[in-house]
Ligand binder design. Structure first.
Ligand code: OAD
Length: 269
């Protein structure tokens, strides 16, 4: 595929015949929509349009650390729904894992907390979950590690899970999801060098509205092509840029067919 339409012919040839072995994916909620998990900002279907029952001051409050400390039940109830939604990996997760199986993946920087990349076979060492995940939990007060299964149990039963440490005054247990007002995990900053080493970057399923993740795009060198797969362009404007507009699964499946990568029948919710 021609990924450099504005460049001169020699440059085009160079890119069209190039093998990419240092691929990086920057991903967001859009890649899990066909798994049955809503994104955040699509009007109507996005999570932020569907939170009326929580009576929040504004939708993002459900992921704000100060709001959570005062009103944990909203996030616990949302977690119960999320944990029981029966999601499955999508063509995008498969494509990322397959890129790794073919030794062409440097890293997947994901904003998603669902971990579906791992279900598709991506090893944890190739995944930066910039906004955390549901695999471990901590007390929000004393920061000691808590049992994630106790969090699950509490969420399922509409209860709140509190810290058991004697010295802690019943701090609330929260999965290691990064809330607004918290720092991103060290791995996010440690792995940025891998983005700088990339020879091809896919940006998929994100509105690039949340920083510092959104700023990753600015760290990609000008001579490295970016392929954006999304319903709309969140504002990327540069040379060496291909925008595959539309449904992610359709585009990803087309790419895999074009490059003759086999892929299994993947369910779409
Ligand atoms: P958004 O909901 O902001 O953006 C999802 C993007 O995916 C939008 O541009 C959609 O148009 C696009 N999209 C959705 N479904 C699609 C489909 N089937 N085909 C093609 N495009 C599709 O989600 P993120 O950018 O991931 O953070 O949001 C970033 C962060 O905001 C989240 O990690 C979360 C949230 O607040 C925290 O809570 C800390």
């Amino acid at each position: 595929r021609d990924i450099s339409p504005d460049q001169d012919k020699n440059q085009d040839d160079k890119y069209n015949h190039r093998q990419f072995n240092k691929v990086v994916f920057l991903t967001g909620a859009g890649i899990s929509v066909s798994a049955g998990i809503p994104d955040f900002r699509t009007p109507g279907s996005g999570l932020y349009s569907q939170l009326q029952k929580y009576k929040l001051p504004y939708p993002e409050a459900i992921f704000e650390i100060n709001y959570f400390k005062k009103h944990p039940q909203a996030f616990y109830t949302l977690s119960k729904e999320f944990l029981t939604c029966g999601s499955h990996f999508t063509a995008s997760h498969y494509f990322i894992a397959e890129t790794n199986r073919r030794n062409r993946l440097l890293m997947n920087f994901s904003q998603n907390i669902d971990g579906l990349e791992l279900e598709a076979g991506l090893p944890e060492s190739k995944l930066v979950q910039a906004h955390g995940h549901f695999r471990t939990a901590k007390c929000v007060n004393c920061k000691s590690v808590a049992d994630i299964n106790e969090f699950y149990e509490a969420a399922r039963n509409d209860k709140i899970c509190y810290c058991k440490k004697e010295k802690c005054d019943k701090g609330i247990v929260k999965p290691d999801i990064v809330f607004f007002g918290e720092s991103l995990p060290p791995s996010f900053f440690q792995q940025i060098d891998n983005l700088k080493k990339a020879d091809l970057v896919f940006v998929m399923g994100t509105s690039l509205k949340v920083f510092p993740f959104a700023a990753l795009v600015d760290l990609i060198s000008d001579d490295v092509p970016i392929v954006l797969i999304n319903r709309e362009n969140p504002g990327i404007n540069r040379n060496r840029f291909l925008f595959l507009e539309g449904e992610i699964d359709d585009n990803v499946e087309k790419i895999m067919k074009d490059i003759s990568w086999d892929f299994p029948e993947i369910k779409r919710t």
